[in-house]
Design a protein around this ligand. Sequence first.
Ligand code: SF4
Length: 383
Amino acid sequence: MSHAVLSPSSASRWLACTPSARLETQFPDKAGDFAKEGSLAHEFGELRLKRYSGLIDELEWTKKTSELVKDRLYSESLEEYAAGYANFVWEKFLLAQRTTSDAVLRIEERINLTAYVPEGFGTGDAVILADGTLEIIDLKYGKGVQVSAIDNKQMMLYALGALDMFGFMYAIHTVRMTIYQPRLDNISEWEMSVEELTTWGMNELAPRAKMAYTGDGSFVPGKHCQFCRAKAQCRTLAEKNLEAAKHEFEDASLLSDAEISEILLQVDLIKNWVTSVEEYALEAALDGKKFSGFKLVEGRSIRKYVDEKQVADRLVENGYKESAIYEPAKLKTITAMEKLVTKKAFTALLGDLVIKPQGKPTLAPESDKRQEWNSAENDFKNV
Ligand code: SF4
C-alpha cells in the first residue's frame, strides 16, 4: 500500500511540527505485527460489511474468510472484534436509512484530501452519507493507547475529504466522527458543524499542510513525538529533553516538592525518548556503526533444555519421581484465555470467576481520567 507524505494518521504530528513529515521520509516505516493484525481485523470487518450490503455473495464470503483464517495472526477473538465493529457500523447505517431512504454506506473508501493537503489521501473505514449528518467511523484495533474522537485530526481530515467528495449529494450540516476501539471497550464520538470543520480546513489545515509538504516551519517537540520515526535522532527533541534534565533548580541541596512535580511531568516523555535512542543506536551498531565509548557485547542469556522429553526421561531412569520433576499444570493468562475462547464466551463462562484487585497507587498527572486514589488507610492517615 502506498503512503502519502502527509498521512492522515500522522496529521496531529505534522500539524504541530510541520517539518516532521519530510524528515520522517528518511526513516523506514517499520510496520510490525501490531499493524498487520490491525489490517487483518480491517479486512474481516470490510468483508462482513460487504456481505451485509450484498456486495459479495455467500460463496465469495466463505472463500475469502477461509483465506483470511489462514493468516498466522488470525484468532477467533480478532474475528469477533471485527464482527462487533461491522455490526456497529451496520446498525448506524440502518438508523441513517430510517431518515434518508437513499443513505449510502461506503466501506474502505479511498478518500481524496487534495483540496486541503498536497497529494493527500487516506482510507475511510466506514463513511455513511445521509441527509443532515455525514458519519465517519474508524476501527482502531490497537490497545496500547486509548484514542479519542474529540479534536482528532485524522478523523477531521477524513471528514473534510468525504465532504469534498460526496457532500454535494446530500444536505449535510453536521459531521459525526466515531472511533471504535473494541479491545479497550472504547467508543468515542464527536460532532462538528460542517461550517466549523471547513473553516478549520481552510484557515488552519491547508496552510499548515502546505508548509509540512515543503518541509518548512520550525520543529516543535511535544506529545506528538511519541510515534515520530525521526525521534531517536531529532535534534530539537534531544535538546528539549536534555534541557529538561539539566533544569536549573533552586540553590539548595534538596529538591523542593514543586521541582519534583516539574520532573515528574517530563518523565514519560524522557523515558520514551531514551528508549528510542537506545533502540536506534543498537540497530545502527549491529549494522556496523561505531559509537565512541561503546562496543557491542553479548547480552545476558539463561540456560535452557535442549529437549525437555529427554531431560525428563533421563531423570526418571535415574530414580526421580515425575511428580517431583514436573511443575503442576498452569492456567493460561486471562488475555491468552480470552484469545482462545473469544471475549464473549469468556465473559459468559467465566465472568463470575474473574476479579480485578485494587491496583497499586501510582503517580499520574492531574489530567489523568482515573479517580484520585483514596484508600481507607490514606483517609486514616490524613485525619
Ligand atoms: S521528534 Fe518531534 S520535534 Fe522531532 S521531528 Fe518528530 S515530531 Fe518534530
